[in-house]
Design a protein around this ligand. Sequence first.
Ligand code: ASP
Ligand code: MG
Length: 425
Amino acid sequence: MALVVQKYGGSSVADASCIKRVAQRIVATKKAGNDVVVIVSAMGDTTDELLDLAEQVSPLPPARELDMLLTSGERISMALLAMAIANLGHEARSFTGSQAGVITDSTHGKARIIDVTPSRIREAIDQGHIAIVAGFQGVSQDTKDITTLGRGGSDTTAVALAAALEADVCEIYTDVDGIFTADPRIVPPARKIPRISYDEMMEMAACGAKILHLRCVEYARRFNLPIHVRSSFSTKEGTWVVSDPYTDEGTEMEQPIISGVAHDRSEAKITVVGVPDKVGEAASIFKTLADAEINIDMIVQNVSAAATGRTDISFTLPTTDAQTALGALKKIQAQIGYESLLFDDQIGKVSLIGAGMRSHPGVTATFFAALADAGVNIEMISTSEIRISVIVEQDAIDTAVAAAHRAFDLDADQVEAVVYGGTGR
Ligand code: ASP
Ligand code: MG
């Protein structure tokens, strides 16, 4: 008998009929002789709607209360799902994150899981019940307050519980058939990736592929837990995220040079103009940003103009942090002596990801030539061992993704991607 952990995202439980369909799928897994633990997200766009509502009553809602509000979304879906399963004649019990033993630190809005003590879940499955757990939430060890794990955090709940319960597999159900070589909403001939490594998947998640939460992949890698990303709207095999995808017993596959093209519209660019070219200036700028708890992504510093002895430093950051960053930088303008600040939120990041690029020269040249042929201007560049990212104008993102996808022969001959639901919101 296997222990299967299944996670259903918002679009899979968007309304009553979706919930009934998912209940049937869960019961079928149970009937096949497995123990089943299910993690659910809030129905459809509930989390966004709750956020809108909070904004209407307060421009800056207290973080503790916001978490209290947002976690209610998952409580609705977990209870409804348990009811739908009961209606099919099977025993199901729903649990909040706190009841399921998801213990976190006390950072509201982006809490980290520090321990998982799922004794009540164990008990439920030992009694033959199906356990349903509210995703995206936990309880703080010190304050005992309810916390959330950050947007998309239900994936992390699923993997953390699967690891703590020593599950055989963690299945993440979504509204597409798996992980694709690019977002099929932008590149219709994108292909489903059959198997991908944790490392590549982490780069994809960090570069804006919203299909899996970055922390969930980090967690799975730490515990070497296989993740199977698949659609709840079909029975097709999805994408397996594993440690060594290309040398698995018997199924020796050729490693692709590029696994996928990811994009991210959530960043903005700040340029600090006319920074005196002296030792320690960059350190002061980035220390100020670090103290304001701002995560910087790409950084470019130009060579200083000989005439002025000054240089420009540009960096990208989440658009949501931009006002805080600009405020913090203005406070040190006199101290640093820079000339001005420029702000641009009409940018986006396009990234090429693939472990195969380590051993293939010319990937950068092909990528840049494809962008040039498509008339896309590159504003910034950054690389890792298995990734090349560029910042481009926001309006050019779709063109850039499609061009890169084509240049690396990733286009499928026939359209295979089906987007079953979700608004992509
Ligand atoms: N409902 C939460 C969100 O939309 C968590 C999740 O879906 O994973 O971010
Ligand atoms: Mg989600």
